[in-house]
Write a protein that binds this ligand. Structure first.
Ligand code: FES
Ligand code: FES
Length: 168
């Protein structure tokens, strides 16, 4: 008897069946077991937002979720939003605007800002700042990140999905 718990869920669009430690956090499971290394552990107490993922299309701090709680749900990490050769609209804008410094907060921030782009594309700058207040960055000052979601929203409104291209 292993003591592990079975969970069936969708991860970045793929069906997954996994045996999980009952007391493992979703953050640790995604990073260490599922190898979604874009999921970063900062504070491990729900304060910094570095571990943010979408669960059933809502941003959650995965360090506050037990891994088996994903059973029957859908999880999206930054890896599910875009790739190097096909960046998501927010990732594309981040690159254009040099919105990344050390990078540690960026995957979680891109998850939150992508959610804002999809669900609140008309949000004012102050509303964007409020919605991203759970994603702390010690480097950038947040200006380019707000501008990135603004630019991605304008581009989407103009019907301009990003063309696939290499960002490096
Ligand atoms: S590591 Fe989860 S909120 Fe900081
Ligand atoms: S870019 Fe360094 S913490 Fe945000």
């Amino acid at each position: 008897m292993s003591g592990k718990v079975r969970a069936r869920f969708k991860l970045n669009g793929e069906d997954v069946t996994a045996e999980m430690e009952p007391n493992q956090t979703l953050c640790d499971y995604l990073h260490d077991v599922a190898e979604k290394t874009g999921v970063k552990k900062g504070c491990d107490t729900g304060e910094c937002g570095a571990c943010t993922v979408l669960m059933d299309d809502k941003p959650v701090t995965s360090c506050l979720v037990l891994a088996p709680q994903v059973d029957g749900r859908e999880v999206v990490t930054v890896e599910g939003l875009g790739t190097k050769s096909r960046p998501s609209p927010v990732q594309w804008a981040f690159v254009e605007l040099d919105a990344v410094q050390c990078g540690y907060c960026i995957p979680g921030m891109i998850v939150t800002l992508s959610w804002i782009l999809e669900h609140a594309p008309q949000a004012s700058d102050s509303e964007v700042r409020r919605l991203m207040s759970g994603n702390l960055c010690r480097c950038t000052g947040y200006l380019q990140q707000v501008e990135a979601v603004r630019r991605a929203a304008k581009r989407a409104a103009a019907g301009g999905a990003p063309e696939p291209h290499d960002i490096y």
